[in-house]
Design a protein around this ligand. Structure first.
Ligand SMILES: [Zn+2]
Length: 417
């Protein structure tokens, strides 16, 4: 044991400071109902990023930004030649999002660094906190873009060329808010990646267990489908002559719903978005876009669900008189988190006397991409009733602090190993 390691029972984060930090974040980009609407690369995202950078610099960290806007705050170790232990998540939110999804992970990382500063603890390895860009995928798809570029899953220039609903490109927007950085990080330059996140499900809250150790994720497939029809009058146009894009989209929505039920309860199928044009009374729609999303804990079954959805498309096209094409697709979640890090988190929780259970993640996380390039693990903490992607998302400080302390000690052990 090195002299830097204090007895574990005396080292704990400062819960009030963490809560205050979360409250400051909750004031930046507020939604309509008490949550947040802080879309990626928006002015509010910039304000939050600026605040985060200030906090990190005040904590003595060196801050760098890469070309996709990922922010890295580094606390130097005794041996700066060693690769860092990294913690992170995201500060962007859903359009009607909560105060904690992603945010808790980033700000817990900051709290870990502040706690080490309080005790003047130097670690052998450097420690970093990262804010990944556009985890949510609300403004630009796919989700988890920043982590995806970092891990080599997405091409940087492709990501920079993606557009939002207003036609603005990711590249122009990340530059506009001042976060098109120039530091190119080497993906191999990470010793380990830890992500703390609210569970976004009901299990921990229902069981009154403060820590879930994530063993893997649901496999997810998503796609953006375009349905091309033809404008016509709602009255004179016979049914047989119609090329109705809205009907095509509706058939896809209904089919996805059936597929989801066919694989319930584990399987999930969603059409979260439908855009239709011109979307006016009296005129048949000539254009529609549907975003589909299927998820299952068994990767083969997730793939089967996705293939069923795709195989339904020719029939949809025929019945609606339209052309249906897939313009974009993605997948994530078929990951194995690192057995060594899972063990480390387990033994840390045990030593701290924190109750914990193994758990699967049904949501997407930046950690999925990181797991391709570095030993990666996730710690889940409870959220009230599992409510998330909802402005009523809530957590209790008392049931959150144990998880953050597990993060602190696991990172400390890894950084001093
Ligand atoms: Zn999240």
């Amino acid at each position: 044991m090195t002299t830097d390691l204090r007895p574990t029972n005396t080292l704990t984060i400062d819960p009030e400071r963490l809560w205050h930090t979360l409250e400051v974040s909750a004031g930046i980009g507020p939604g309509k109902a008490g949550g947040l609407s802080r879309l990626t690369l928006s002015d509010d995202d910039k304000a939050m990023r600026d605040q985060f950078v200030t906090w990190c610099q005040d904590a003595g960290c060196t801050v760098t930004v890469d070309p996709v806007g990922n922010i890295f705050a580094r606390r130097e170790g005794r041996d700066p030649e060693l690769t860092p232990v990294v913690m992170g998540s995201h500060l962007d939110t859903q359009i009607a999002g909560g105060r904690y999804d992603g945010i808790l992970g980033v700000l817990s990382g900051l709290e870990v660094i502040r706690t080490l500063n309080d005790r003047d603890i130097r670690t052998r390895r450097p420690i970093e906190v990262v804010c990944w860009t556009n985890e949510e995928g609300v403004r630009f798809q796919p989700p988890m873009m920043g982590a995806g570029v970092f891990a080599g899953v997405h091409d940087l220039n492709w990501v920079l060329s993606q557009t939002d609903d207003a036609g603005l490109t990711f590249g122009d927007e990340v530059a506009r808010i001042g976060y098109a950085g120039s530091v190119q990080r080497d993906a191999a330059d990470i010793d380990a990646y830890f992500e703390l996140h609210i569970e976004q499900g009901p299990i921990l809250d229902a069981q009154k267990v403060p820590v879930g150790i994530v063993t893997g994720g649901f496999t997810s497939f998503g796609a953006e489908l375009e349905i091309a029809g033809e404008n016509a009058h709602s009255g004179p146009t016979p049914m047989a002559a119609r090329k109705d894009a809205l009907v095509g989209a509706a058939l896809i929505v209904a089919r996805l719903h059936e597929i989801g039920w066919g694989y319930a309860p584990e399987g999930r199928a969603t059409c979260a978005r439908l855009d239709v044009s011109p979307n006016r009374y009296g005129i048949i729609a000539d254009q529609a876009t549907v975003v589909i999303d299927v998820r299952h804990p068994d990767p083969d079954l997730a793939d089967e669900m996705f293939q069923k959805a795709l195989h339904a498309l020719p029939d949809v096209a025929e019945r609606s008189g339209t052309d249906v094409s897939k313009v974009k697709d993605w997948s994530f979640g078929d990951v194995a988190f690192d057995a060594g890090l899972i063990d480390l988190i387990q033994s840390t929780a045990r030593d701290l006397d924190v109750a914990h259970i193994p758990i699967l993640s049904a949501a997407g996380h930046d950690a999925y991409h990181l797991s391709r390039i570095a030993p990666t693990a996730m710690i889940f903490t409870p959220c009230v009733d599992g409510i998330t992607h909802n402005e009523n998302e809530d957590i209790e400080l008392a049931s959150t602090v144990p998880g953050v302390n597990v993060l602190l000690h696991a990172v400390l052990r890894r950084a001093n190993a």
